[in-house]
Ligand binder design. Structure first.
Ligand code: PLP
Length: 356
């Protein structure tokens, strides 16, 4: 296939999600599924839908109306999609061929992968040692690199850090390009750039239902932006990417706003408890997080992850690299019982490695 395609495609590995038995804390999902009563109510609606027809504009309207009401913005300001990743991909695709895409380092690994895969140039701006935004350095880099797109996850992934609001505002204000503020972890933090939509036509806010709504398996995310920007993005996404089935599921979920809020609160509560317990383990540095996961730094992080996954069957994610994320691993917040098992397993593994 090499002769047909760009070299970046040959150089990129397929994103694999293999089944591994154990406690699953490796993928930023919710540990709790959607309540059965909600699933039953949704299923009744799914049976009545005509599955033989493509979705019509009307099929998206109830979701759009409900989102517009919740966020107090116009219907035209939304772009709905099957997760937020596809919207990021579309925006990378939309900018002029030779433009750079500016990201922070470290940030969500999917960004860099997509930028390189689509043959765009990358400009990376480091965060501070404790993963804070460096506003002057970022602004200098924007002036120098003149990016065609800026991608910022807030809270950041895989660090969980929430960035300083004033600095973000300055970045959007001075950028001469679209700025994506990826709020995939909204609901686990109160911060949002939503109130700036009237100030900036280059701001694109992303939201995801994968975690707070426990719908990672359903695939639903959306952008809120200026209505002209929304139209441009819409042109670059494939039609019918949202099935009627997804729309009906989301419609029902949006009728239960308390469900999402309470679900997120339970995870926030567990995040606090797990954070405190991890802080008491010798040699473990745990970073404050406003997302549904915690980033940890410890000696021999790779070996710790391997032992946890293979011997203890606690599936966590090794996110370490040789630069900004040295000796780092990421743990998604599980149920209280799962988190207790993780804590015990981590202590055992650390003891084994000390003795070994
Ligand atoms: C910052 C960030 N954005 C987006 C996503 C993916 O969201 P979705 O499931 O809506 O595609 C992730 C997944 O971990 C993430 O970390």
């Amino acid at each position: 296939m090499k002769k047909y395609f760009r070299t970046e495609i040959e150089d990129t590995e397929i994103y694999q999600v293999p089944y591994r038995p154990g406690i699953k804390l490796d993928q930023n999902e919710s540990p709790w599924d959607v309540p059965i009563e909600l699933k039953v109510a949704i299923t009744e609606k799914l049976i009545k839908a005509d599955w033989n027809r493509y979705p019509l504009n009307e099929d998206y309207k109830p979701v759009l109306r409900k989102l517009a009401k919740e966020h107090n913005v116009l219907l035209e300001q939304f772009v709905l999609s099957n997760g937020t990743n596809s919207i990021v991909q579309a925006l990378i695709n939309m900018i002029p061929q030779n433009s750079k895409v500016l990201i922070l380092d470290p940030s969500f690994s999917h960004y860099e992968k997509q930028i390189l895969l689509q043959g765009r140039k990358l400009a990376k701006v480091p965060l501070s040692e404790d993963f804070e935004l460096l506003p002057e350095r970022t602004i200098t880099a924007i002036k120098k690199e003149k990016p065609g797109l800026i991608l910022i996850a807030n809270p950041n992934s895989p660090t969980g850090t929430l960035f300083d609001k004033k600095s973000l505002y300055r970045i959007i204000q001075m950028a001469n390009c679209p700025v994506i503020i990826d709020e995939a972890f909204y609901y686990f933090t109160a911060e949002t750039a939503l109130d700036w939509l009237n100030d900036f036509s280059n701001l694109v806010i992303l939201r995801s239902f994968s975690r707070a709504a426990a719908l990672a398996g359903v695939r639903f995310g959306y952008a809120i932006t200026d209505s002209d920007m929304a139209q441009s993005i819409e042109k670059c996404l494939s039609p019918f990417r949202l099935s009627k089935i997804t729309c009906l599921i989301i419609e029902e979920i949006l009728d239960h706003p308390k469900y999402i809020q309470e679900h997120a609160q339970n995870i926030i509560k567990e995040r606090g408890r797990l954070f405190s317990k991890l802080q008491t383990i010798d040699g473990v540095q745990v970073f404050p997080s406003e997302a549904n996961f915690l980033l940890l730094r410890m000696d021999k992080a790779k070996e710790v992850t391997k032992k946890l996954v293979e011997e203890e069957k606690v599936i966590i994610r090794d996110v370490s690299n040789d630069t900004t994320l040295e000796n780092c691993l990421r743990i998604t917040i599980g149920t209280p019982a799962e988190n207790d098992m993780l804590l015990m397993a981590l202590k055992r593994v650390k003891n084994d490695l000390k003795e070994g």
